[in-house]
Write a protein that binds this ligand. Structure first.
Ligand code: DX5
Ligand code: ZN
Length: 226
């Protein structure tokens, strides 16, 4: 249980008119990665940003850009995300008929590969892809929106994924995303997660609160009452 916990603030909760400054503030506050949510309006019922925004952000920070694709299809856009400067590309296996091919394509463009499992997606899907992925994302909400409540039944799934990864012997990150706050972060890390994505919990309180927000997530402790 001594693996370090990485914090990946989700820019979905940032001020979109000041995305570069927000990214810089999060880096200065101690973020390990920046999580960037791409939503296409039909794979999930919301619409956000694409490769042009990744490209615009790239020069503002040095930490890895962790791009979470909630879109279908994925393959035609992989090269564009790589050229834009994405370091990591995570996709949902339901996005196309050939997730193994998509994983290979992402890796062939020099990016780290992530596979995202919706709350209703069985872990067996990831089991078949373990050789070709660097990260498994266990969604702890149904994807599409920030600010949703953590689905507690997912703690058991996180534990099963941790055992799957450990047995595989591959150095695969186990990331969680959705409803992560200091309390749920503690549940997720105890179950085996090592990368925490958080939007609301990282960006609340404005830039002066970002470092403390990150520290509380890392420690898995509740915010002091005001
Ligand atoms: C939701 C996105 C998340 C979102 C999390 O579909 O994938 O990354 O930003 O937001 P919070 O942390 O507010 O639940
Ligand atoms: Zn996400």
């Amino acid at each position: 249980m001594s693996r370090p916990t990485l914090i990946a603030p989700s820019l979905l909760s940032a001020d979109f008119a000041r995305l570069g400054e927000e990214a810089q503030a999060m880096q200065a506050a101690g973020a390990d990665w920046l999580h960037f949510d791409v939503m296409d309006g039909h794979f999930v019922p919301n619409l956000t940003l694409g490769p042009m925004a990744v490209k615009a952000l790239r020069s503002w920070v040095q930490i890895p850009l962790d791009v979470h694709l909630m879109m279908a299809p994925v393959d035609p856009f992989v090269a564009e995300f790589a050229a834009a400067g994405a370091d990591r590309l995570t996709f949902h296996p339901e996005a196309g008929p050939h997730p193994h091919r998509t994983a290979q394509l992402i890796r062939s463009h020099g990016m780290r590969v992530g596979i995202a499992l919706n709350p209703g997606t069985p872990i067996a899907v990831a089991e078949e892809l373990l050789d070709g992925v660097d990260l498994i994302l266990a969604m702890t909400v149904n994807p599409g929106f920030g600010g949703q409540a953590f689905i507690e039944q997912m703690v058991n799934k996180i534990g099963r994924l941790r055992r799957l990864i450990d047995v595989s012997g591959h150095p695969i990150h186990l990331q969680v995303d959705g409803g992560i706050n200091p309390q749920t972060a503690a549940l997720a890390t105890a179950a085996g997660a090592d990368v925490l994505v958080a939007g609301t919990a990282c960006f609340s309180g404005g830039a002066q609160a970002y470092a403390a927000n990150i520290d509380r997530l890392r420690a898995g402790s509740p915010a002091p009452s005001a």
